[in-house]
Write a protein that binds this ligand. Sequence first.
Ligand SMILES: [Zn+2]
Length: 247
Amino acid sequence: MIDWNKITDKEFEKLCYDILARSGFVNIQWLGRTGKDRGRDLIAQKVQTDLGQTWMETWLIQCKRYVSRPPSPSDLNDTLAWADAHKPDVLLIMVTNTLTADTHDWLEKMKDKKYRIQVCDAKLLETMLTDFKDIQKKYFGTRAEREISTAATIPFSSAYVYAKEIRTRGEATVVSGETYGLYALINGVFYFGSSPLWVKCKTCGLRFNSGISMDMESFKTAVLKGNIHVCPNGHSNSYDKEDYMFF
Ligand SMILES: [Zn+2]
């Protein structure tokens, strides 16, 4: 059972973004804040295929962290009016609650809309977070797990900036080397000399520690070919030398 009080509205919006990115959506973009109580919304596209045909669907996504009560038909009325103006193929409503039976019935009656309406409620979100354990850890894990998840998802080129940032916060000792890139003590792991080699999952794109550690000099002459690594989401892939990077 997830405690949605543990994250802020903004974090929930980011979590929705992460889930969409992991679920095959592309061109995911934030829309500006609209209305007085509405969160930041998203627009994204998804490739659909059926009977040999391929087409792109436009999805409009409203993410809202309702903690005390689920959205009522009157809340959703505003959402539908907003969606009408955007003319999407699908309206997806992501909420941290379970809609009441009445609200579901009310939504059923909205079937004459030119777009499909889908609801992703707390139950479905929890199921998805069971599949995407790294996203769950990023938002609901221990402090160390949240730090590691952040480090694992930032672009490699930003890793140095990130390391400097945690040094500034007094949480880590970071030493940079002229030729060896980043050396850091992050969450008690000292990346120095012999550093972990990271790979980017070939299925879901998550960067993760391959479990192999090496210093830069050994790496230059090492033969790394066809090594199987399993990402935190359980995808098993084969990696060659060019797939590895130093964190
Ligand atoms: Zn993966």
